[in-house]
Design a binder for this molecule. Structure first.
Ligand code: EPU
Length: 337
């Protein structure tokens, strides 16, 4: 296990903001987690667990320990005629796993191509895009229990998945460190083409619908709307799409007939946060080095030298104006530290 002191976190977060951690430890195996927590000094420090750093905003220095989980590996653990079970280490890059599965002809995560971040972070916020969420394919995961030092297996139902939510976001927050995930993927063609923009893209491109063409389409749509964190610091969607009840939806719709929303359950509607933000005039706006991306209003970007605090202040201003105009509160999807 590698320990760094006074570590600059610039290269550990895709917003590319500067912050310093007192200690940062890089973990390459579940055994190293045991080693870490048997060290009295390190295990007593306040701690924060980091994956790919693609859903986090540091607004200041971190006094304590950052645990960067790098556990690698992809392996087949079981298969039958129809399905295959793939286990990936928590530190494995998510998109590389998607590409590997598409290359091998396994169906289920092609709609989740190009999502930045690590496999271990994916279940925490139940990553989702283009009609698929991780919980549709996650069989189980293994996690290190900090208090006992034991590895526990969680099946899909144990994780209480919901929209950008799992039990690791509240009840079990800080109690476990995910060490691996196991996905159940299909060996037979099974596509999800419920998302309008993906469906339209495939129709327009007139290509045959295959595992590869969906994967390519998702990559192409994402590239046209979302900035590449290697070129422009960002964390994807900064806010969640807010969910409201039918009555409020109808009231809002009568005041704003163009309101963008879709039914999300019985008597519930999910509003497009990007549309709300755009209507408040924020799309493409910039305050200093922090800004709202010109192609997708839900994405906040760092044009170079923004501090985490400046981005957080911009987010707060956006929340205020959306609350004032629509009486809707936007909840960050990104974890703000
Ligand atoms: N829209 C606007 N203005 C914009 C962008 C979009 O009005 O600037 C409207 C359009 O009407 C569009 C609709 O919003 O049809 C939906 O836009 P989009 O397809 O880009 O999806 P989104 O709801 O803004 C969500 C996820 C994304 C995910 C896409 C595709 C959340 C918070 N975000 O965005 O996830 O890629 O759907 O499934 O649910 C992420 O979580 O980091 C992320 C990028």
């Amino acid at each position: 296990m590698q320990i760094h002191r006074h570590q600059n976190l610039l290269n550990y977060n895709t917003f590319r903001v500067t912050a310093q951690a007192d200690y940062l430890v890089e973990i390459a195996s579940a055994n190293q987690l045991q080693e870490l927590f048997s060290d009295k000094f390190l295990s007593d420090l306040p701690r924060f667990i980091l994956g790919g750093g693609s859903n986090i905003l540091f607004t200041g220095d971190i006094s304590g320990l950052i645990i960067k989980v790098n556990i690698p590996g992809i392996e087949i653990i079981d298969e039958d005629h129809n399905f295959i079970w793939i286990k990936a280490g928590a530190g494995q890059n998510w998109h590389d796993l998607v590409s590997y599965c598409v290359d091998n002809g396994w169906y289920g995560i092609e709609n989740l191509a190009l999502i930045p971040g690590s496999c271990g972070a994916a279940p925490i916020q139940n990553i989702g895009a283009y009609g698929v969420e991780l919980n549709n394919v996650l069989d189980s995961l293994e996690a290190f229990e900090i208090e006992t030092g034991k590895i526990r297996t969680f099946c899909n139902q144990d994780c209480l998945f919901n929209y950008r939510y799992s039990i690791f976001k509240d009840h079990l927050k800080g109690k476990y460190i995910i060490s691996s995930i196991t996905l159940k993927l299909s060996k037979r063609p099974e596509f999800t083409l419920t998302y309008l923009s993906l469906n339209d893209y495939l129709k327009k491109s007139e290509t045959e619908v295959t595992l590869r063409s969906i994967y390519d389409a998702v990559i192409s749509i994402r590239r046209s709307k979302l900035p590449d964190p290697k070129e422009l610091g960002n964390c994807g969607s900064f806010f969640k799409n807010p969910e409201i009840g039918e009555e409020r939806y109808l009231t809002l719709k009568s005041s704003f007939p163009d309101l963008k929303a879709h039914p999300s359950g019985p008597g519930a509607f999910k509003l497009s946060a990007a549309w709300l933000i755009e209507q408040c005039g924020w799309k493409g706006k910039r305050i200093g080095s922090a800004g709202v991306y010109g192609q997708q209003a839900l994405v906040l970007v760092n044009y170079g030298s923004s501090s985490g605090e400046e981005i957080a202040n911009l987010a707060a201003e956006i929340q205020d104006s959306v609350a004032e105009k629509f009486n809707v509160s936007l909840v960050p999807e990104v974890t703000i530290i």
